[in-house]
Design a protein around this ligand. Structure first.
Ligand code: GTP
Ligand code: MG
Length: 406
């Protein structure tokens, strides 16, 4: 039985640039339904990938960054009907361990983890963002693009990263107020029947609105576990973790650590426990057009060793506490994304619910051990394969075979 729950990707090792583009052509064209069902929700039976929303003020380079990350060619520049809609795309997570396993197994399928990106139009209209933000209510984290470049054709004023970051955060807060107000209205109506649950919900909503009205993000609100459950499906934006993407031009990128806007934004981010990442969206978009060797050369000229995609993936995996475990064989070499701390049966459930239900044990070798031994047989001989039970907490890079019985 083939337990891969997602249709195959175009195959290639490496996982960036050109092949992402090839994939996207599918994702945005007729094949779009293969990521999302008609209601726009991820299909339940499909593998759940990390999903990031790209947000920010207008014209700061969100779509440019989206293109660079996903190898897409979505329209950038001034407002048109085309860029008033969200762009949805994917990028594969480059993983050298998976490349090694693929070289070992020569599998029929190569299945790196993916990240879903949703790029929404800019918002700066004083609380009119809710419609735009609809597309990112269910993302795991926000990548807030902040302008750290000057472009006199588009902006009259020079970049001021902290002012912009603050002003965009206010848009998110205003959007959340609107959501919680709707929630409050509903809870009040329902509470009329005397149901305590709704009365409690109404009180919490009122307190949360007061908190948001002070321009504080919902993540700083002292939620009880019960509150959290109540709001779990609400899709509040200001509870989501944020990665600030400081968008620099080539010159700024070459010496970003000394760029005044980058420095100010880093301090701002650090004060809120958020991550900040220097990117050169325009430069990277141009790089994505080149073949990988050429792109590497241009990157090294700028002193960059990794693409923005690589760095963003690493940052967001760390931020969200994601790790990967790996499955490998002649059919498929596959990286699965799980939250750190996930136990073996639940991890098995990522592959198929049957394997979770019928879980017996997991046979595991750490990737580094396998690589050091050079082959499965050698690793077995050395006793590096472990049999783990239901309580085993999966580790990053575990090469895993599940034994199950249904
Ligand atoms: N100089 C310079 N221009 C950039 C950079 N990034 C983006 N641009 C330009 O800024 C303009 C807007 O870029 P987009 O990527 O469309 O911006 P956006 O944030 O998606 O804009 P909206 O979706 O309309 O809010 C384009 O003309 C880009 O070429 C950059 O790093 N440097
Ligand atoms: Mg855009």
């Amino acid at each position: 039985m083939d337990y891969t729950t997602r249709p195959p990707f175009p195959q290639a090792a490496g996982g960036r640039g050109r092949e992402n583009r090839a994939f996207r052509a599918d994702a945005l064209g007729k094949g779009r339904s293969f990521c999302y069902n008609t209601a726009g929700k991820p299909c339940k039976e499909m593998e759940r990938y990390m999903k990031l929303g790209i947000v920010g003020l207008p014209n700061v380079g969100k779509t440019t960054l989206f293109n660079a990350l996903t190898g897409s060619q979505a329209e950038t520049g001034s407002y048109t009907a085309a860029n008033a809609r969200p762009n949805i795309g994917q990028a594969k997570v480059p993983d050298e361990r998976l490349d090694w396993l693929a070289a070992y197994w020569h599998p029929k399928k190569y299945s790196p983890a993916s990240i879903d990106f949703v790029d929404v139009p800019g918002v700066s209209s004083g609380g009119k963002g809710n419609e735009v933000f609809q597309a990112i209510r269910q993302v795991d984290a926000l990548v807030q693009v902040v302008r750290c470049f000057d472009n006199e054709d588009i902006f009259l004023e020079p970049a001021d990263a902290v002012r912009d970051a603050e002003s965009f955060e206010l848009e998110l807060i205003l959007a959340d107020i609107e959501i919680v107000e709707r929630r409050l209205e509903r809870a009040k109506k329902n509470a009329k029947g005397g149901d305590k649950k709704y009365k409690r919900e109404a009180e919490m909503c009122e307190a949360l609105i007061a908190h948001l009205t002070e321009e504080k993000p919902a993540r700083d609100f002292p939620f009880t576990d019960e509150d959290r459950d109540i709001l779990a499906d609400g899709g509040l934006l200001t509870v989501k973790p944020v990665i600030y993407a400081a968008n620099l031009d080539e010159e700024g990128m070459a010496d970003y650590a000394n760029n005044a806007n980058f420095k100010a934004l880093s301090d701002y981010a650090a004060a809120r426990g958020a991550a900040v990442l220097p990117v050169a969206a325009k430069f990277e978009e141009d790089l994505a057009e080149l073949d990988p060797d050429e792109a590497q050369m241009f990157m090294e000229d700028l002193g960059l060793h990794e693409t923005g995609l690589d760095r963003l993936i690493r940052t967001s995996y760390d931020l969200l506490g994601y790790i990967s475990f790996l499955t490998a064989g002649e059919d498929d070499v596959h990286a699965w994304t799980i939250v750190r701390g996930t136990k073996a049966p639940k991890a098995a459930g990522k592959i198929h619910t049957d394997i979770e239900r019928g879980f017996i044990r997991a046979e595991i070798v750490a990737f580094e051990d396998l690589k050091a031994c050079g082959s499965m047989a050698a690793a077995k001989e050395k006793g590096l394969f472990r049999l783990e039970g239901k309580e085993y907490v999966m580790q990053d890079g575990d090469v895993t075979m599940f034994r199950f019985n249904v």
